[in-house]
Design a protein around this ligand. Sequence first.
Ligand code: PAF
Length: 277
Amino acid sequence: MQIARSIAEMKALRSKCAEPVGFVPTMGSLHEGHLELVRIAVRDNPVAVVSIFVNPTQFAPDEDYKAYPRDLDRDLAMLDQVKTGIVFIPDSQDMYADGYNTWVDVNGITGKLEGKARPTHFRGVTTVCNKLFNIVQPHQAYFGQKDAQQAIVIQKMAADLNMNLEVVVCPTIREKDGLAMSSRNTYLTGSERIAAPVLYRSLCLASDMFSNGERDAGVIRKAMIDLISQEAAAKIDYVSVADLQTLSEVDKIEGNALASLAVRLGKPRLIDNIILG
Ligand code: PAF
């Protein structure tokens, strides 16, 4: 496993790579969900590059940029085990030098769901992914379905900007009790962790209702809210049944839809989703 600690080092390694190149962008604090993306990238490409960069521009000033969990030694050991070819670990000054002032903004869909609660978040994500794609020049970039809106936004950016890469979205990896794996799960206290699978239970309820013929999105949303409300610690930010392309809320489900939610459990705010249909 080779390690590039600067953009220049990464570009030098990239110039010698066999192709195609698979790329998994991460913010570190890796878990099985990340490793599954890396395994797929390794399986499908002669070289898999993983970036570890806690991107400051996707955190609002009141969010957890400073506290975001970081453990580079552990991350590197995990990446070595799944046969990662190159790990790219740039620092903030290299990525955002003094005077940095260029942004990539996907309009419309970034104002919905997560974008409503975190208005500057996606601009940071699309900007850093664009920069990482330019540096790593992957043929395929791998994202998890867990961050459904992020994957849809990146796909839209890649299509709108005619990027020469395929955005591959891979299934959410879950704990045994259904909780979607996330680096932020480490913030959960013991009792919050016990309550946390309520998110997945509500998505399974939505999926069962859909399978049994329910197409009224309002009825599905209400059933999800009622179920989550049984957990005293859970504070709902949103429960959504939305169009998969526009992310606008739907009244009636035609074909398919994205059921998604954000719920606060104490300090952490957890998100999850499932596709209906
Ligand atoms: O999903 C993440 O970890 C981040 O948003 C990403 C895609 C690595 C960009 O910083």
